[in-house]
Design a protein around this ligand. Sequence first.
Ligand SMILES: NC(=O)c1ccc[n+]([C@@H]2O[C@H](COP(=O)([O-])OP(=O)(O)OC[C@H]3O[C@@H](n4cnc5c(N)ncnc54)[C@H](OP(=O)(O)O)[C@@H]3O)[C@@H](O)[C@H]2O)c1
Length: 333
Amino acid sequence: MDLSARIYVAGHRGLAGSALMRCLERHGYRNLIGRTHAELDLTDHKSVSEFFEKERPEFVFVAAAKVGGILANNDYPADFIRSNLEVQTNVIHEAWRSGAKRLLFLGSSCIYPRDCPQPIREEYLLTGPLEFTNRAYAVAKIAGVEMCRSYNRQYGMRFLAAMPTNLYGPGDNYDLASSHVLPALLRKMHEAKIRGLERVTLWGTGSPRREFLCSDDMADACVMLMRLPDLRFDEILRGPNEFPLINIGCGVDQTIADLARTVASVVGFRGALEFDTSKPDGTPRKLLDVGRLKALGWSPRIALEAGIAAAYQDFLARESGARKTNETSEART
Ligand SMILES: NC(=O)c1ccc[n+]([C@@H]2O[C@H](COP(=O)([O-])OP(=O)(O)OC[C@H]3O[C@@H](n4cnc5c(N)ncnc54)[C@H](OP(=O)(O)O)[C@@H]3O)[C@@H](O)[C@H]2O)c1
């Protein structure tokens, strides 16, 4: 992937996509292509086909997806399966049709079987039942992995699927109805601090263990993979059980209770943390085996507390931006 390569990042304004853009810019790539959802709806096959025909990207990162936390996944499974199947089918197929050299499709650690052994190795994909609440999303993403495998087998393409662990970072979604656990904790603690509350109540026992990676580290790993020489890249593509699959994580997890204490300390919330044990905990542990990634010499650079502190600064900047916009429009009316 030389510095003048034409690179398309689908979903370049999202959490993962924006981190990929920052990382590629840092490396000096100067032919980066991005389209917002409003400019190009990736569920619209005709528009996607015309876009690829015109732009002919040589390298494609698929970071566009309909993404949400447990509530959104549970309440809108039809939207999650349809939208994700359409987006990835259109992008993967058109990348093939327009002759892309390589493609990296972002899957997720939540598509592995619910009760698989820990840490989760790539070969556990499709070896057991999925978590019920996000099954529609997971099945769509598994279809994406299978599409990569099939286009590689039938057409000799170099399409890789990367499975990141839970991500957080600048540009995250802080809407409590659709956000993931870490941004949700950040917002809750921040609001509790501002309102001077004495306690914050969290769902479940706090004992489930989860792994978190800053989106900038995830992007660094993805770009490193796309820059591998062909022979090394092909070794990764041949992956376990013939899945062109690689896990992306830090290989370390902690309990939700410990995570909540770290977030409270970063935010400066000094009240008590209470756990509503009548609420479900979800999977007891979710930790990726990152042996294949480590064997390539990669390791994350951003420690959890420092990453959360940077995410909090981004959250505060966006809150203050939104407040100023509201004040300006109120002053106008
Ligand atoms: N966040 C995590 O913790 C995490 C963990 C593991 C894997 N991943 C994977 O990383 C990928 C990206 O996730 P993310 O967290 O970055 O999500 P995100 O912040 O919601 O970004 C997704 C982007 O895709 C765009 N998009 C969605 N539907 C589209 C459509 N029909 N046409 C054009 N653009 C569309 C969204 O635009 P709009 O917002 O305008 O719709 C948004 O910019 C997903 O495949 C996800 O599975 C994420």
